[in-house]
Design a protein around this ligand. Structure first.
Ligand SMILES: Nc1ncnc2c1ncn2[C@@H]1O[C@H](COP(=O)(O)OP(=O)(O)OP(=O)(O)O)[C@@H](O)[C@H]1O
Ligand SMILES: [Mg+2]
Length: 261
């Protein structure tokens, strides 16, 4: 097996007396989509914030690309290639798609000492990135304010991949989207994973997890209550992991199958 992109070991985090996370181990591979499921207050968002540098763990280790790392801020995590993508919070609505893609990283050439924006080069780079991800935007010259939530999300994801992102975190990314936009969002997630990006996606919707994830990890009361390949589990089993309903013991299973233990 190849080395994991991200490896968490025994991550704990408390908020005063509240133990939000109590020793979480988690691995995410390159090109792997991990869905995080769990009840309200289970610790999912806390975990994702720790990975993205928005919160620091109380204890535990985080290994990214084979090196132990600790991110003091989201900017540090971002510099390492880890980013949380929100629906539209980080886009500038009053400029077009191309400008958003190159915000702060514009291609400029100097002619006789005068900087000139390389509009055509930037346009074709964005066009290519969108085509790679199968994202269709009516016009890249449209100001982002006129685009839908799903389109904005796709732009953010494509921008993340374009600038060398390695691990993307999504906390209930489709909560505000309609059926068709959610379907496209799930497609985009799958496509960026197929380009080698690791994805951690929090969702409360079981069908979404099964649709997009390679692996399903259930968090319950601050610990990992289940970690299974999506192809080898069922919604029923995942529900039992979420609620903590006792799973049958192997001995019971054997009896039920009509064999003596
Ligand atoms: N900043 C904070 N200060 C104090 N307690 C917090 C803070 N953030 C989270 N918690 C507590 O930590 C626990 C885990 O919260 P978290 O937001 O990670 O849950 P979650 O699994 O994302 O839930 P949901 O599905 O409702 O979003 C909860 O008990 C929550 O109240
Ligand atoms: Mg949450």
């Amino acid at each position: 097996m190849t080395e994991a992109l991200l490896k968490l070991e025994n991550i704990a985090r408390n908020f005063g007396a509240i133990q939000a996370l109590r020793g979480v181990d988690l691995e995410v591979g390159r090109g792997e989509v991990v869905a995080l499921l769990g009840d309200n207050g289970a610790g999912k968002s806390t975990l994702v914030k720790i990975i993205a540098g928005g919160l620091q763990p109380s204890s535990g280790r985080m290994i990214f690309e084979g090196m132990e790392r600790s991110f003091a801020s989201p900017a540090e995590a971002k510099a390492a290639g880890i980013e949380t993508v929100y629906q539209d919070l980080s886009l500038c609505t009053n400029v077009d798609v191309v400008a958003n893609f190159f915000m702060g990283r514009e291609i400029v050439k100097k002619y006789f000492g005068i900087p000139v924006l390389q509009e055509a080069a930037m346009y074709s780079a964005v066009e290519k990135a969108m085509a790679n991800a199968g994202t269709r935007i009516p016009s890249l010259r449209t100001n982002v304010e006129h685009l839908s939530g799903g389109q904005r999300q796709a732009i953010e994801l494509n921008r993340f991949v374009h600038w060398g992102g390695k691990l993307v975190l999504l906390d209930e990314p489709f909560a505000a989207l309609g059926v068709e936009q959610t379907r496209r969002g799930l497609d985009t997630v799958r496509r960026i994973a197929d380009q080698g990006i690791g994805v951690v996606i929090i969702t409360h919707i079981m069908a979404q997890a099964f649709q997009v994830a390679d692996r399903i990890v259930v968090i319950r009361q601050g610990v990992v209550a289940g970690n299974v390949r999506a192809a080898e589990t069922s919604p029923d089993e995942v529900v039992r992991m979420i609620t903590g309903e006792a799973l049958r013991s192997p001995a019971q299973e054997t009896r039920l199958n009509g064999r003596s233990p």
